[in-house]
Design a protein around this ligand. Structure first.
Ligand code: BES
Ligand code: MN
Ligand code: ZN
Length: 487
C-alpha cells in the first residue's frame, strides 16, 4: 500500500525560513507584488526573487506554473520555487500549483500566507507526489513531507479533512491498477477490499458457489478458464438515512484479460493488468466516502474474474444464461467485461433497488479510438443524472464526454439463437457495448455507464498524476455523491 506524503499546516514563521531544508515555494500574484513570506525569502536571497519576478519568464507563466531558483544564496534550502498564482486562485489553479511544486524530492514548504484554497493546493501536491515503488529494489527517490505555512492553520486543517480522504481513495485506486495480475489476483483483490472494514465499510465476499446459486452464469463464464476463483465483492457505506435508497457503483474487475480463447495478440497484452480499473475506481470511491463520513448511502459492487484460455475456458459460440434470465451468445470471448457487468448490475438492482447506478469499466478499445486518453465515454438512460455527473467531472477536471445510445444500435447485438450476442461488429463498438449493458438496466433505474479504457492508465504525466494509473473518476464520483446523494 502506498502511503500518501504527510501534509501539515503550520502558522507562518518567517524566522525559520533561512534554515529550512529541502525546497521552499513562494506564491506570487500576476502583478508581481510580494507577500510577507516572499518578501522575506527575497531579502534572504539578496533580491533574487524580485529579479525573477521582474523577468519576462515570470510574465509568461500561467497560474500554477513556476520558476526554480536552485541552491539560492542566503538559505539552507536547495531550491526556491517561485509560483505564479492569483491572490484568490480557483480550485484548479491551486491544485495545479501544488502539483507543480510536488515534482521533486525531499521536504517541501509552501508559503501560502492567506491564500484561498490552501488545502486544495495540498491536495494537488499529494496527488502528484504518488509513486508506485512497491516492486523497486533500491530506495526510490521519494517526495518528502509537505508543510503549508498559512495565516490560519486551523481553517486550512478543517478544509484538509475531506481532501485527505480523497487522496486516500485515489491512492487505493492507483495502487490496485498498478499491481500486476500475479500479485493482485481475484483472491488478493478481495483481501485488500476487506481492509476497507477499518474505515467502516461493510464488506461481503461472494464466492463461486454463491454466484452459482444466484444464477450468475454470465459472470462465471468469464472466469471458468482461470485457476483463480471468480468473486463478487459487495461494499456498503451507510452514512445516510436508514431508508434512503443508495447510489450503486458497479465495477469491472478483470484482473487480467488475455482475451480468452479469442486470444489477444502478444504486443501490448501486458497492459491488460489494468482491466480491473473500473473495480479499482469503485473501491477508491468507497474508501473516500467512508473516510470523510459522507452522509450518504453508497454501495460498491465489483465483479472479480480472470479471463484466461484453457481446457475449461468458455468457447466462442457458447450460450450462457445471465442472472436476469436472458441468454447470451458469446461470439468473442474477449468481449468479457460486459458479461461480468451484466450479472453484477442485475444483482445490484435486485438487492439494493438503488436510486442511481453507475458502472465503470475498461470496456472497449474503441473508446480509446474515439476519445483518446483525454476523456472517458459517458452513456446514460437519464439526462439529469448524466448532466449532474458531467458537471462534477468538469469541476474536478476529469475529462468526460457523453455519447449516444438508441434502438438502431441495439439491433446490432441481436442473435440468431439467443436473446443477444456479446459483440455488435466493428462499427460503434463502445456504443454497442453500452447497449448490451443497457439490457440489464431496469426501466426505473437512472443509470450511467462510464467506459474508462482510455483514462484509467496513461502513458504520460497528467496534471495531478505521474505517468501510469490516474485514479480517474474518484474525485468526480465523490463530488457527485456530495452534490446529489448527501442529505
Ligand atoms: N479490456 C478490453 C478493452 C480495452 C482495450 C481496455 C484496451 C483498455 C485498453 C476489453 O475486454 C476488450 O477486449 N474489448 C474488445 C471488444 C471486442 C472483442 C468487441 C476490444 O475492444 O477489442
Ligand atoms: Mn477483453
Ligand atoms: Zn477486458
Amino acid at each position: 500500500m502506498t502511503r500518501p506524503v504527510a501534509v501539515t499546516f503550520a502558522e507562518t514563521d518567517l524566522d525559520t525560513l533561512a534554515d529550512l531544508e529541502g525546497r521552499v515555494a513562494v506564491l506570487v500574484e500576476e502583478s508581481g507584488r510580494l507577500d510577507a513570506g516572499a518578501r522575506r525569502v527575497n531579502r534572504l536571497t539578496k533580491g533574487a526573487v524580485a529579479r525573477a519576478v521582474e523577468s519576462p519568464r515570470f510574465a509568461k507563466l500561467k497560474p500554477g506554473e513556476a520558476i526554480t531558483l536552485a541552491w539560492p544564496t542566503g538559505m539552507a534550502a536547495e531550491a526556491v520555487e517561485i509560483v505564479s498564482l492569483p491572490r484568490r486562485p480557483s480550485v484548479a489553479e491551486a491544485r495545479k500549483a501544488g502539483a507543480r511544486v510536488a515534482r521533486g524530492e525531499g521536504a517541501l514548504t509552501v508559503l501560502a500566507g492567506n491564500r484561498r484554497n490552501a488545502a486544495e493546493l495540498a491536495l494537488g501536491a499529494a496527488l502528484r507526489a504518488y509513486a508506485f515503488t512497491e516492486h523497486k529494489g533500491e530506495e526510490a527517490p521519494a517526495p518528502g513531507p509537505v508543510t503549508v505555512m498559512v495565516s490560519d492553520p486551523s481553517a486550512a486543517e478543517a478544509a484538509w479533512v475531506p481532501c485527505a480522504a480523497r487522496v486516500e481513495g485515489v491512492y487505493l485506486t492507483r495502487d490496485l491498477v498498478s499491481e500486476p495480475a500475479n500479485i493482485l489476483n481475484t483472491i488478493q483483490f478481495a483481501e485488500r477490499l476487506e481492509g476497507l472494514r477499518d474505515a467502516g465499510v461493510e464488506v461481503e465476499v461472494l464466492e463461486e458457489p454463491d454466484l452459482e446459486k444466484l444464477g450468475m452464469g454470465s459472470l462465471l463464464s468469464v472466469g471458468q478458464g482461470s485457476a483463480a476463483p471468480s468473486k463478487v465483492v459487495v461494499m456498503q457505506w451507510k452514512g445516510g438515512a436508514k431508508d434512503a435508497a443508495p447510489l450503486a457503483l458497479v465495477g469491472k474487475g478483470v484482473v487480467f484479460d488475455t482475451g480468452g480463447i479469442s486470444l489477444k495478440p502478444a504486443l501490448g497484452m501486458e497492459d491488460m493488468t489494468m482491466d480491473m480499473g473500473g473495480a479499482a475506481v469503485v473501491s477508491g470511491v468507497m474508501r473516500t466516502v467512508a473516510l470523510r463520513k459522507a452522509k450518504a448511502n453508497v454501495v460498491g459492487i465489483v465483479g472479480l474474474v480472470e479471463n484466461m484460455p484453457s481446457g475449461t475456458a468458455m468457447r466462442p459460440g457458447d450460450v450462457v444464461t445471465s442472472m436476469k434470465g436472458d441468454t447470451i451468445e458469446v461470439i468473442n470471448t474477449d468481449a468479457e467485461g460486459r458479461l461480468v457487468l451484466a450479472d453484477a448490475m442485475w444483482y445490484a438492482q435486485e438487492r439494493f433497488k438503488p436510486a442511481g447506478m453507475i458502472d465503470l469499466a475498461t470496456l472497449t478499445g474503441a473508446m480509446i479510438i474515439a476519445l483518446g486518453h483525454e476523456k472517458a465515454g459517458v452513456f446514460s438512460n437519464d439526462d439529469k443524472l448524466a448532466a449532474a455527473f458531467l458537471k462534477a467531472a468538469e469541476a474536478e477536471d476529469e475529462g468526460a464526454w457523453r455519447l449516444p445510445m438508441g434502438d438502431a444500435y441495439d439491433e446490432l447485438i441481436k442473435s440468431d439463437i439467443a436473446d443477444m450476442k456479446n459483440v455488435g461488429g466493428r462499427t460503434a463498438g463502445s456504443i454497442t457495448a453500452a447497449q448490451f449493458l443497457g439490457r440489464f438496466v431496469k426501466e426505473e433505474t437512472p443509470w450511467i455507464h462510464l467506459d474508462i479504457a482510455g483514462v484509467a492508465r496513461v502513458g504520460k504525466d497528467t496534471a495531478l498524476a505521474p505517468k501510469g494509473a490516474t485514479g480517474w473518476g474518484v474525485l468526480a464520483l465523490d463530488r457527485l455523491v456530495a452534490d446529489r446523494f448527501e442529505d
